[in-house]
Design a protein around this ligand. Structure first.
Ligand code: ADP
Ligand code: MG
Length: 289
């Protein structure tokens, strides 16, 4: 490899909004045959919003407790909940209650003590159940991500969180396929939401309800089958998967840990930059060879 050609490649990359960490990253990009994409913030805008709130008791309290905990989280779900609580009627000027013992568990949710209650906010599976039929109905009716809020071991509310598929995602996925890559959706979210997003962008293979360690194990398995795997992600919980992949691609809108763990960073907030990066690396390496 001549340093000059590499400089051309990375310089052109910068113009396209792609930062490449080094020559090894370019080489990996050329060899990739399988591309795994995270859902939230990668295939979707990640600018989530709160829809329907269903509670067995006082919905405002459930939302306030949830927002108190989520104000310490940087997950897109957390931002949606905090924004909704701030915008709620009567919330004006009222501070959120204090939290002690805050804990975030990647891919599951958050917990902590609020006004003397051990509050949990996250996946429905965090609550052993049986859940109130109204909450079960709300989870079933959700077209987005159903987040459950509870305390004292009891689920008390379901917050339906909506996200939107990035408008450029279907075209970007079609380009990746035309470049010969097999796209796979890899997400911590539930199977139904994952399936809807996959169908909307044109992905056939889906792995859902994946914990961060499941994402890593899935990549290892694909690698052991001889595949060269790229992973595109943005979240804290994607860092291990980005590091395990042969090529980690982080969106610059993502978290610092995700960017740190990656070989390539997409500076332009547009998914079309991912196929651009693949094409660029192939061209650059043709020049070098
Ligand atoms: P994705 O793979 O789509 O980026 P994550 O792995 O970040 O999703 O999260 C998986 C699931 O864990 C979410 O769909 C949500 O149910 C739950 N979850 C994760 N973080 C939080 C949080 N801060 N608050 C509530 N729920 C959360
Ligand atoms: Mg994510």
């Amino acid at each position: 490899a001549t340093p000059v050609a590499l400089l051309v490649g990375t310089g052109r990359g910068a113009q396209l909004g792609i930062l490449i960490k080094g020559p090894e990253a370019l080489e990996q990009t050329r060899r990739v045959d399988t591309i795994l994409l995270d859902k939230t913030g990668t295939l979707t805008s990640g600018r989530m919003s709160l829809g329907q709130v269903t509670a067995t008791g006082d919905a405002d309290t459930a939302l306030r407790y949830a927002a108190a905990l989520e104000s310490a989280s940087e997950h897109p779900i957390a931002r949606a909940i905090v924004a909704a609580a701030a915008a709620a009627p009567g919330a004006h000027g009222t501070a959120l209650p204090d939290v002690s013992g805050f804990r975030a568990t990647a891919g599951l949710g958050v917990s902590g003590t609020v006004e003397g209650h051990a509050v949990i906010v996250g996946r429905p599976s965090l609550f052993p159940g049986p859940l109130d039929p109204r909450l079960i109905a709300a989870i079933d009716a959700s077209t987005g991500t159903a987040v459950v809020v509870g305390w004292g071991d009891e689920a008390r509310a379901v917050l339906d969180i909506a996200d939107t598929v990035r408008p450029e995602a279907p075209a970007a996925l079609a380009e990746l396929v035309s470049l010969g890559l097999t796209p796979i959706l890899l997400t911590g979210d539930n199977a139904r939401t994952a399936g809807q997003v996959a169908a909307a962008v044109g992905i056939e293979q889906v792995f859902s309800a994946m914990l961060p360690e499941d994402k890593v194990a899935t990549i290892r398995r694909l690698q052991s089958e001889g595949r060269v795997v790229a992973m595109v992600g943005d979240g804290v919980n994607d860092a291990a998967a980005l590091a395990q992949a042969d090529l980690g691609i982080a969106l610059a809108t993502g978290t610092d840990v995700a960017i740190e763990a990656s070989d390539v960073t997409i500076v332009r907030d547009h998914l079309g930059t991912v196929p651009d990066a693949i094409r660029l690396s192939r061209r650059t390496l043709r020049v070098i060879k």
